[in-house]
Design a protein around this ligand. Structure first.
Ligand code: NAP
Length: 173
């Protein structure tokens, strides 16, 4: 789906194509972001668990790699592959995440709260930490964390999701 026609940057006298890594790109906002960045000339690397869907998003010119952001080993394997193939990351979009459940706290389901924390918070930290050396290579690396209005406002049954979308907001250093 993503189309070629890469843009070029000049870095240290060398012509390079900027690389964008998008997590959770097998559907929704992540897939749309990857396709848009591909159309703007980025070399896209998309990660998620459903590899067939990812491959459709990556198209012929993008790269689809299996990624489970809740598994630190999977994160490390993914980033190692990106480093081996491209040697840099210009843009990291931490998009993988979402909401689970609508129960009030009285009926909160542990697995839902733990699952949301691992995907939306720990996964974001593991990805960012692992990608930083490749982002630093570009001198101008960008990190975009996909938040939510739930990071600013509450809603009925949304205690777990609002907590995990508030959590990464101050982490800008
Ligand atoms: N939809 C909204 O209204 C809305 C509003 C505000 C913010 N957001 C945020 O936007 C982001 C994307 O949401 P969406 O609505 O586009 O959701 P979506 O269509 O359900 O997509 C979620 C993506 O995250 C991936 N994902 C889930 N768990 C993962 C894991 N452990 N490792 C790797 N990838 C994982 C899924 O891929 P696999 O299942 O293939 O792994 C999928 O590609 C989320 O962070 C969400 O909190 C959404």
């Amino acid at each position: 789906m993503a189309e070629a026609g890469f843009v070029n940057l000049y870095h240290g006298g060398m012509r390079v194509t900027p690389v964008a890594v998008i997590t959770g790109a097998s559907s929704g906002i992540g897939a749309a972001t990857a396709i848009a960045l591909g159309r703007h000339g980025y070399r896209i690397v998309v990660g998620a668990r459903r590899i067939e869907r990812l491959e459709r998003v990556a198209g012929e010119d993008g790269t689809a790699l299996r990624l489970d952001v809740t598994d630190e080993q999977s994160v490390s394997d993914f980033v190692r592959q990106v480093g081996k193939r491209f040697g840099r990351i210009d843009v990291l979009v931490n998009n993988a995440g979402g909401a689970l459940g609508l129960n009030p706290i009285a009926d909160a389901v542990d697995d839902e709260w733990i699952g949301m924390w691992k995907t939306n918070v720990l996964g974001l930290m593991w990805m960012t930490r692992a990608c930083l050396p490749l982002l630093r290579k570009t001198k101008l690396g960008h990190i975009v964390n996909i938040g939510s209005i739930a990071g600013f406002e509450t809603y009925k049954g949304g205690a777990g999701y609002t907590a995990v979308k508030h959590a990464p907001r101050p982490g800008g250093d």
